[in-house]
Design a binder for this molecule. Structure first.
Ligand SMILES: [Zn+2]
Length: 113
C-alpha cells in the first residue's frame, strides 16, 4: 500500500528530527497534502496511527493542510482549479496543462517534548 510506505517515511523522518533535537516524545505532526498528490488522506492517517502505536510518536496529533489543485491551460492560458489530473480546461476543454499547485506532500512542522 502506497500510503503505508509514505507513512513509514514520515514517521522515520519525524522521529529522527525529534531525536536529533534531544526530544523524547512527538506531540504534533503537521502535514501538507496537495489534492493532486495522489495520497489518500484517510488511508495515510490510519497507517500513521498504526505505525506510531509503539513509537515515540504514539498519540501525536496529526494536522493536515490541504492545498488546492490549480493548473494553467496550455492551450488558452486559463487558470482553473482541479480535483484530479484528468480535468479538462473549463474554457476550451483542452487537456494539456501546467500544474501550478496541488502536488505538494510535505512535513510542515513537528512538535516534540
Ligand atoms: Zn483552455
Amino acid at each position: 500500500m502506497h500510503e503505508f510506505s509514505l507513512a513509514s517515511e514520515i514517521v522515520d523522518m519525524v522521529e529522527q528530527a525529534a531525536k536529533n533535537a534531544g526530544k523524547g516524545k512527538v506531540t504534533c505532526i503537521e502535514l501538507e497534502i496537495g489534492e493532486l498528490a495522489g495520497v489518500e488522506e484517510s488511508a495515510l492517517l490510519i497507517a500513521l496511527e498504526s505505525l506510531t502505536l509503539h513509537s515515540m510518536s504514539k498519540g501525536a496529533q496529526i494536522i493536515t493542510k490541504n492545498t488546492k489543485g490549480k493548473a494553467i491551460c496550455s492551450n488558452c492560458n486559463f487558470e482553473y482549479e482541479l480535483q484530479d489530473l484528468f480535468t479538462l480546461c473549463p474554457k476550451c476543454s483542452g487537456f494539456r496543462k501546467q500544474i501550478i499547485s496541488g502536488k505538494e506532500f510535505n512535513i510542515l512542522s513537528i512538535e516534540a517534548e
